[in-house]
Design a protein around this ligand. Structure first.
Ligand SMILES: Cc1cc2nc3c(=O)[nH]c(=O)nc-3n(C[C@H](O)[C@H](O)[C@H](O)COP(=O)(O)OP(=O)(O)OC[C@H]3O[C@@H](n4cnc5c(N)ncnc54)[C@H](O)[C@@H]3O)c2cc1C
Length: 510
């Protein structure tokens, strides 16, 4: 089969998309006039294939029955994208995965998340980060990665589709599932793992006692704990698992009215509300990706990066911490992306040298830096989960906000001088970064926008050292650190890919 690519107006693209089989789709909003790049499938005569033609979208995966397998068992700690995709890959190869997950199954987890959103407190084992599906379940569900391994990426998309995601995940350059759809997909992955003979144990934590047991048995174990399990990092550090401090990025989440972002990104500054809405209906609400380099200090030529992270059009800001006394925010959206808000993390890149005040903590110094920031945010908000916030213009100009604009963050926000208490280098870098973004997009620096603190968990500040080929921990060869918590992946797709790689490393070692 061949494909043909068209550069189309949003209206033309919509029509073609409804008629023909799409292979790839992306929106190009760089010019004043928006274009959609659409690649369509053709048959051997060069004729476009109808959308509902009886041609399979891909070869369905084949997960083996492992009830009686002789291939062996593999332990998997953590049921986020890394753990789940590792389990599915092991099933393909006939191995029995045994998954343990500290959090609860999705149906119970949903109730804990509802309580969190009502500001009724946090269950430290069941929240936006811990529980079935990991941090990926109630996330925005954006499925893109910088990985160059197209074949492997395609496999991740196909498996998401196979377990219930829309066709768009197979062809959108910026594919997106949404928090309303992800839970059902994750649940059907779990049901398949169990049907095939794998095991799933909720409310089961890898603690010191279980660690000792595993260390004696040396069963191959994929460690896919995500980046929020601070207690587990501490336990592994005590047990001598080799780790190092790693660079990450921390900052705030900023929220604008979605209409404002649509106007800026789609070059519709003076258009009527109806025109803006119509464009959003045709191509979806606008997102943005911003990056700048700011000076480390006025007298220093060295720079550091400030960039947008996990931008959620039509989304919500959510409480994404795991501690009672810490305040952490992140963003999510539903499949329709239909809230009136556009939020994004704006983060400052940090190196291990920035964790210097905690240098005595060695590999965990970044964790201490992060915790200090989260506790500070909680002390400027209101427990349990009301977050500190400031109008964006006040943040940049160093003024307090007498009041705050409406915000999607359900537990609530209170005015706070984030510009004054955010530690260096975060506060000053963010101010410079926001000014740069305002110069690039006039209107971005708006008093209708609000900055909410803190976005502290964009990636892990710890790396669990592993051999690059065998993927085994350099100190404990039976252990395969994988996914975001190991420090080798970031985001749903790359964590899923890393889980698959860990499974393949075990398969090829047998
Ligand atoms: C609100 C929110 C929105 C996000 N939106 C996006 C997005 O749109 N796109 C994107 O690509 N990424 C997004 N992310 C990030 C993404 O969810 C993570 O990068 C991804 O889930 C990491 O996968 P993982 O499997 O490595 O770890 P996780 O998903 O964090 O899973 C780790 C699991 O291990 C469990 N665990 C931890 N310690 C133990 C232990 N000791 N014993 C047993 N179990 C343990 C945890 O409970 C958890 O379920 C978002 C994250 C959040 C919080």
């Amino acid at each position: 089969m061949i494909e043909q690519t068209f550069i189309l107006s949003p209206e033309q693209a919509k029509e073609m998309e409804q008629t023909y089989r799409v292979v790839r789709r992306s929106v190009d909003a760089r010019q004043r006039k928006l274009h959609v790049l659409l690649s369509l499938l053709c048959d051997e005569h060069g004729k476009l294939v109808a959308r509902d033609a009886a041609i399979p979208l891909y070869d369905p995966p084949c997960f083996k029955d492992v009830h009686q397998t002789t291939q062996g068992e593999v332990m998997i700690v953590g049921m986020g994208p890394a753990g789940l995709f590792a389990a599915l890959r092991l099933l393909e190869a006939g191995y029995k995965p045994i998954l343990i997950e500290r959090g609860k199954a999705i149906s119970n987890r949903k109730q804990d998340i509802a309580r969190l959103n009502r500001n009724e407190g946090m269950d430290t084992e069941s929240n936006y980060c811990f529980g079935e599906g990991g941090a990926g379940t109630f996330s925005d569900g954006k499925l893109f990665s910088r990985s160059k391994k197209r074949g492997q990426m395609q496999r991740v998309m196909e498996w998401f589709h196979y377990f219930g995601a829309d066709d768009t995940v197979l062809y959108e350059t910026h594919a997106h599932i949404g928090s309303d759809r992800l839970p059902a997909i994750i649940r059907s992955m779990r049901e398949r793992i169990i049907d095939c003979g794998g095991e799933v144990h909720f409310s089961t934590i890898l603690d010191g006692a279980l660690w000792n047991e595993l260390n004696k048995k040396r069963v191959p174990t994929i460690l896919a704990i995500g980046h929020s399990a601070h207690d587990t990092y501490r336990m592994l550090n005590r047990e001598g698992v080799q780790m190092s401090a790693k660079g990450t990025a921390m900052g705030v989440r900023v929220e604008h009215p979605q209409q404002l972002i649509d106007r800026l990104m789609y070059h519709l500054r003076d258009a009527s509300e109806e025109e803006v809405e119509r464009m959003a209906e045709l191509v979806g609400h606008a997102s943005y990706s911003l990056v700048t380099q700011v000076k480390k200090s006025p007298s220093d030529a060295a720079t550091r990066g400030v960039y947008s992270f996990c931008m959620c059009p039509g989304g919500h800001i959510v409480p994404a911490g795991t501690e009672q006394n810490g305040c952490v925010v992140n963003g999510m959206s539903n499949s329709q992306r239909n809230s009136p808000y556009a939020n994004s993390g704006i983060v400052v890149s940090l190196q291990p040298s920035d964790y210097a005040p905690y240098a005595k903590e060695g590999a965990l110094s970044g964790l201490y830096f992060q915790e200090e920031l989260e506790h500070s945010a909680a002390s400027h908000g209101r427990l349990p989960n009301v977050a500190p916030a400031q109008r964006l213009t006040d943040f940049v100009n160093g003024k307090s906000s007498a009041d705050l604009p409406s915000c999607s963050y359900l537990p609530g926000i209170v005015p706070s001088r984030l510009d004054a208490w955010l530690p260096e280098p975060i506060g000053s870098s963010l101010r410079q970064g926001f000014r740069d973004f305002g110069r690039k997009y006039a209107g971005y620096l708006s008093s209708e926008a609000v900055v909410v603190g803190v976005e502290s968990r964009s990636s892990s500040p710890v790396r669990i050292e592993r051999d690059s080929e065998t993927m085994q921990s350099v100190s404990h060869p039976w252990l395969y650190p994988a996914g975001e918590g190991a420090g080798y992946a970031g985001g749903i797709t790359s964590s899923a890919l890393d889980g698959i790689r860990a499974a393949e490393a075990i398969i090829s070692s047998r």
